[in-house]
Design a protein around this ligand. Structure first.
Ligand code: HEM
Length: 812
């Protein structure tokens, strides 16, 4: 054979290279065969590497494993192939050409939309005013006109941009829970809970997970009062390192209804009536009571809503509950049931109704302000997370159904296990960007947390995201900074209104070979897998619209709640029913409600009927003639008094009433003692401003009797000084201030001459107890006994209320 080179062979390589380069410059067709990588210029190289990457996945190796039950419980990780470099995954080779705007090539495997909120914080200090396009605005006072007195010009893009943006500042408010306040904080795990759950926040002792919490009322509009009688939302977004987990709870552990099918009916009934749009943020009207009295399963929840739980003193002094039974799942895939409880460190403390009504006029932002001020002053609201953990076998034995959201599991039956603490230590920078735009959803769970079959929960899993698509203007609200997780987000969802992410590459589907299979499914070891086990039930095999039998016991736990309350709490429940039902205009609705109450408590039904001037109706027929005997008939843990708290004082407010000629030394002493315990002690005068003291100094009143009425304070101090007392006695506000403090059972300390103010306000002489007999929370002392009296007063303040002096109707 001749050793001469074949004709054309020497020439073919450059020719092939040229044609590869040429082919790589087309986006609509390609050659029959590709060169191996390493052949040519950037485009040819990209083409070659892309070919090699695709060829590395000759078929979908996972396909066969997608079938059958075994895959259902233990899905495999997706198939992937390693690219030779980052080149074939790029959208474009021109990504190398960076500018100040485009920046550089996307960092490998990173979604920058989840970076800490710093990336979107704006500080305008020292900056000039600009348009939204970054153009500096020379004049922000005048629109552009044809002549000084001439018509305004359409050309004025600065005015039009400003007005157009303003015109669209409002977004739809939440259909429920519209009124709310939020805060940032953290959750700290006490001990690893890996025996029960692989959920990220519970993996190690001391592990910190960032959270955002939103508290809310349910029925009122976004601008409605904070102190309405209502359920409070207690929604916690855990930004875990394995994705966002939202524990979207309430401050009551049960709900009105058992099935999501009834939620729109419930909300339509409680919202302002549709013909005249009244009353705002109140359940005391016909349609609410009409509905609930036809839904006897609501009786238990009604007890909670008519109790003082529905008028908390502060978001920091209320419990929170996940309500439904959820599941914990460990690494081995074993699962137990769980109920979530938040317990406030400041104790469970509430308002009284008369006080709540007055506060709603003087300070509709009462809870919002309280939360904000506590955090700004370092009195961080803190809650302990407790879990009730129980097995499927235990659940099957309970007298009630754990899938029924109108039932609790008494703590005496399944005790609370403390697992961590939640601390709220940072106020949002911007209410709208954070608190208004935050989007919670019960569907947001992470590996280690799963659902039960509660039919109310099932509806919620759908409802939240569905409503948020409208409220937040499209499907990309997960990219709004407050909603973005801290965990990586990689999927093939694309486009939609207001998309922020700029995905690199051309692959937006799975399976793929052109991106080496990425992003690939995580598989059971790292990804979320639903627990396959479900409560055993013969009906499981059929499609039905029905409820389990035990759901029909509507009264046993309503009775349990009522009978577990202290006498004062029971009275308040009766009074709340009396008030609400007195606002109903249709007597038959009242009768129906009282007939329902008779099945829960004869005593309560009688009291309510008497308060409404009506005959006791027959008890409502029972849906379940013989309910199972309850395990627990009294649960002390259900009383608000069961949790006075470890640190009830920080964040409390006390008024020191000062007038000209007040005895300044005692004012200073009391104020310092209160501040030392974290109590906010304010000087309230007939007007704000300087006030001469008896010893010739001046005090500065920072609040007035007019702008901070008595019911806004947790306690009252009336300092000595005859001249000041005489001046205050002339002011009707002072006497109202004292009367409200007395009526709302708050501690009052009167020093020296100030005792006369109490008499003038009409306080009975029989209430004149020294600090040794301080059970009434009234302390009337001479200045020489002040030190002991202050200690006793602070102690009384920590006890919150002194219901021993409460009377119905009130004495004052
Ligand atoms: C089937 C029953 C329920 C449905 C359909 C439902 C639906 C909704 C909807 C649509 C929102 C507004 C969400 C938004 O616009 O961002 C909402 C908010 C809320 N819901 Fe429910 N809900 C139900 C039951 C419950 C229950 C039982 C609880 C308590 C465990 C609860 C707690 C909350 C909370 C706390 C919020 C406010 C979240 C926030 O602060 O943004 N809901 N609910």
């Amino acid at each position: 054979m001749s050793k001469t080179t074949k004709p054309g062979a020497a020439k073919s390589a450059p020719a092939k290279k040229t044609s590869a380069k040429s082919a790589a410059r087309n986006t609509d067709s390609g050659p029959a065969h590709l060169d191996a990588p390493g052949a040519g210029d950037a485009l040819a190289e990209k083409m070659a590497q892309t070919g090699a990457l695709a060829a590395a996945m000759p078929y979908n190796a996972n396909k066969a494993r997608e079938h059958g039950f075994a895959n259902g419980v233990e899905p495999q990780p997706g198939a992937t192939a390693e690219p030779a470099s980052r080149v074939p995954l790029a959208s474009t080779v021109s990504e190398q050409n960076g500018t100040e705007k485009t920046g550089s090539v996307a960092p490998e495997g990173v979604n920058a939309t989840i970076e800490p909120l710093d990336r979107v914080r704006v500080d305008s200090a020292g900056q000039m005013l600009t348009t939204n396009q970054g153009v500096r605005i020379a004049d922000n006072q005048n629109s552009l006109k044809f002549g000084v007195r001439g018509p305004a010009l359409l050309e004025d893009f600065i005015l039009r941009e400003k007005i157009t943006h303003f015109d669209h500042e409002r977004i739809p408010e939440r259909i429920v829970h519209a009124r709310g306040s939020g805060a940032h904080g953290f959750f700290e795990c006490y001990e690893p809970l890996t025996q029960y759950t692989k959920a990220a926040p519970f993996k190690e002792a001391g592990k910190i997970t960032p959270v955002f919490v939103r508290f809310s009322t349910v029925q009122g509009e976004r601008g409605s009062k904070d102190t309405a009688r209502d359920v409070r939302g207690f929604a916690v977004k855990f930004y875990t390192d394995e994705g966002n987990w939202d524990l979207v709870g309430n401050n009551m552990p049960v709900f009105f209804i058992q099935d999501a099918m009834k939620f729109p009916d419930l909300v339509h009934a409680v919202k302002p009536e549709p013909h005249h749009q009244m009353p705002q943020a109140a359940s005391a009207h016909d349609t609410f009571w009409d509905f609930v009295s036809l839904m006897p399963e609501s009786t238990h929840m009604l007890m909670w809503v008519m109790s003082d739980r529905a008028i908390p003193r502060s978001y920091a002094t209320m419990q929170g509950f996940g309500v439904h039974s959820f599941r914990l799942v460990n690494d081995a895939g074993e699962s137990v049931f769980v109920k979530f409880h938040w317990t406030p460190k400041a104790g469970t403390h509430s308002l009284v109704w008369d006080e709540a009504v007055k506060i709603s006029g003087a300070d509709p932002d009462y809870h919002r302000r309280d939360l904000w001020e506590r955090i700004e002053s370092g009195a961080y609201p803190e809650y302990e997370l407790g879990l009730q953990i129980f097995t499927e076998e235990q659940a099957a034995q309970f007298s009630f159904d754990i899938l029924d959201a109108t039932k609790i599991i008494p703590e005496e039956l399944v005790p609370l296990v403390p697992v961590g603490r939640l601390v709220l230590n940072r106020n949002p920078d911007n209410f709208f960007a954070e608190t208004e735009q935050v989007a919670f959803c019960t569907a947001h769970v992470v590996p280690g947390i799963d659902f039960s079959n509660d039919p109310l929960l099932a509806g919620r899993i759908h409802s939240y995201v569905d409503t948020q698509i409208t409220r937040l203007g499209g499907p990309n609200f997960h990219e709004i900074p407050i909603n973005a997780p801290v965990a990586q987000v990689h999927n093939n969802q694309r486009d939609g209104f207001h998309r922020q992410a700029i995905p690199r590459g051309r692959v937006a589907y799975e399976p793929n070979s052109l991106a080496g299979g990425c992003p690939f499914q995580a598989g059971a070891a790292q990804g979320f897998v639903s627990v396959p086990a479900r409560l055993q039930a013969t009906e499981e095999q059929a499609k039905v619209r029905a409820k389990p039998e035990k759901f029909a016991d509507h009264y046993t736990q309503a009775r349990l709640f009522y009978e577990s309350q202290s006498p004062v709490e029971q009275t308040h429940i009766a009074n709340a029913f009396r008030f609400e039902l007195s606002k109903v205009t249709v007597p038959a609705i009242r009768e129906r409600t009282v007939s329902m109450l008779r099945n829960a408590s004869e005593q309560l039904a009688r009291q309510v009927a008497m308060g409404l001037g009506m005959e006791l109706p027959d008890p409502m027929p029972l849906a379940l003639a013989e309910p199972a005997a309850p395990e627990v008939t009294r649960s002390p843990a259900l009383s608000l008094l069961a949790r006075p708290g470890d640190s009830p004082l920080p964040g409390r407010k006390v008024a020191l009433l000062v007038g000209p000629g007040v005895e300044g030394e005692s004012v200073a002493k009391v104020q310092a003692a209160l501040l030392a315990r974290g109590v906010v002690a304010r000087l309230v005068g007939p007007r704000i401003g300087p006030m001469a003291t008896l010893d010739g100094n001046t005090l500065e009143a920072d609040a007035s009797l007019e702008n901070e009425p008595g019911f806004l304070f947790d306690g009252l101090v009336l300092p000595d000084g005859e001249e000041a007392v005489a001046a205050l006695a002339q002011d009707g506000h002072t006497l109202e201030f004292i009367k409200d403090q007395f009526r709302h059972c708050k501690p009052i300390l009167a020093i020296g001459a100030a005792r006369g103010l109490l008499a003038k306000a009409g306080l009975p002489a029989s209430m004149d107890k020294s600090q040794e007999q301080g059970g009434t929370g009234l302390f009337m002392v001479d200045a020489d006994l002040l030190d002991e009296a202050v200690v006793a007063f602070i102690d009384a303040l920590a006890k919150h209320r002194h219901f021993g002096r409460e009377m119905d109707p009130p004495l004052l």
